[in-house]
Design a protein around this ligand. Sequence first.
Ligand code: EPU
Length: 419
Amino acid sequence: MEKLVIKGPTPLKGEVKINGAKNAAVAILPATLLIDGVCTIDNLPHISDVMISCEILEKLGAKITWNNKNSVTIDTRNIHTTKAPLDLTSKFRASYYILGSMLGRKKEIEVGMPGGCQLGARPIDQHVKGFEMLGAEVTVGNGTIFATADKLVGNSIYMDIVSVGATINIMLAATLAEGTTTIDNAAKEPHVVDVANFLNTMGADIRGAGTDVIKINGVKKLKGNATYSVVPDQIEAGTFMLAAVATRGDLLIKNCITKHLDSITAKIIEVGGIVEDYGDSLRVYCKKRPTKANIKTLPHPGFPTDLQPQMGVVLSLADGTSIINESIWESRFQYTQELNKMGAKITAQGKTAIFEGVEKLSGAPVYSTDLRAGAALIIAGTSAHGITEIYNLEHIDRGYENIEERFKSIGAQIERVKE
Ligand code: EPU
């Protein structure tokens, strides 16, 4: 078993470069299944979710060539099965994108029920509704999802809730469908736009991604034969921004799209931090104790749920009492119990948590309950006095490349230790 051992407190200082976005990469890799040809994807984060996605593609018949640890060339001309490996697809959430891609390419697919972080109920009814409206039959049961269609035909689809996964999945299935598909009440996250840009680069005709109406004019074939670079990770950038504030440090966060970070920038300024925007980089620093603030997580461009735990660390150290209302995932406050072991005073009930700010946190053994909880605990450990040990690193490794080396490069005293 591995753990991270952090000695704090350390104000984080220096420069950090943001990698490609996990949640774009795990959709773009399955999207290559729509291509009858070869493409190259650059700026892929080297994380376990990406490695598993590539393994699934290989099992379906794709030929994968690594150009370096962040770039891969994928040849999807010989996809020879419509049964995705159940063990691998059940390991993470984004395996559901194999459904949309393979329905588009082969009109049939079976995958294991998607796994991923335990954040509460994670229904897929909107994905299923979208596929059915395009003409597919979908059967969910016995731990698998089976989808089949004679042909897919474009339709007008109104999403009952704003869903990143369902928006992307319907976009994937509709790319090679006959006619035009319209998705109303679509998700607007940067990774939705990135997947549309990827598909368009490979030959698709998708318009409006980034607004709440996306129009997909079906094309006969995606030729590929192009290189695409994954968008910088909004959540990774936000994680380092909040790490700068929580540790009262000073970071230059390079290679980010600052517009994607507006909601985080606004909250950092509200709690007393300073953000300097240089277009493709941000300097974030905080010289004094942060002040209280209230947060409600919302779909983009609202405050992202994937930064809620990291913001929770800032608020646990703030002057005054703050409230976070989590409107996306019902079980995203599990990390608050771990922060309380470090001296935080947080009361979480249902979708609301009250943070009575404390002056300092103290190191303790804690457990990463999901990916972003893990990131929050690293920030907490770096801010806290004494030694923090973080367990369950497999969650963190799913989404952050080489996390301890990057925290070390900005001053954190952090080591990965085998027990
Ligand atoms: N929902 C439904 N029915 C559906 C789909 C979603 O009711 O068919 C509900 C969910 O239960 C949730 C809300 O709609 O309450 C939003 O879910 P969404 O579909 O947007 O989430 P997702 O696609 O499963 C992605 C990210 C998550 C991120 C959410 C919200 C990926 C692989 N995952 O999940 O990322 O929290 O969008 O932005 O893109 C993470 O990176 O740590 C992470 C959990």
